[in-house]
Design a protein around this ligand. Sequence first.
Ligand code: ADP
Length: 239
Amino acid sequence: MENLSHKTNQAEQDEKKISFGDATVHELKTLLTAIIVSAELLAEEFQSDQKSLAARLTQNIIRNARSLDEKLAHFSEMAELLAGDFSFQPEPLEVEPVIRGVTAQLYPITRSKKQSLTVELPASLPPVKAQRQYLEQILLNLLTNASKFTPEGGRITVRASKEDNSLVIEVTDNGIGIPADKHKLIFQPYYQVNGGKGSGLGLAITKFLVELHGGKIWLKSAPGQGSSFFFSLPLMNHT
Ligand code: ADP
């Protein structure tokens, strides 16, 4: 009896901790969004003189605020996954609208780095068995990295094709690339090839979510030759 009431208290405390964490992250992200939007508006004021000190400091604010925003999102996602506090309800899903939605979301970031962001899809693609919100998260993480690790003016392309019983989605960039001996390590939590401003959690979360669907994630990359990340998702008709 004592044990049971202890467990109940513990569960209640855990729940309080989780909802306190969620509320805090939500509060911080709301304030951060206001900072980012204000700084972006301010940056527009300096369009004509982008080399001025004020323009460069504003870009600094935007860059750091976006980086903090990404870290917050990753920390809370990782905390949820580690706590087992998520539900998985895959359903038939058309990937094209999801890809178009996520690329549109990323567009302000690629535009600010003068990068092209292209989607190349065949005329039709079979539906996959997946949870929309997780596919969005996977794509957002891979595209954010593609933009982050590609210099100004670079190219990012998203492709998808049917292969046997799965759909393979590819995010390719012509950025800095990754040495072969780091290809496995980058999927470990907190690992970053050259340190950096990110959380080091994005690819660990991405891999977890791909594998949750029964898919695989892999990459082709070499320093100076860009990176291509691929992941597979099961087709609806083959599960
Ligand atoms: P973060 O991006 O927050 O550092 P990730 O887990 O998403 O963490 O990525 C881990 C590391 O893998 C990055 O720090 C970077 O060194 C490397 N990486 C990931 N994506 C790319 C990419 N598209 N091009 C070059 N390096 C990358």
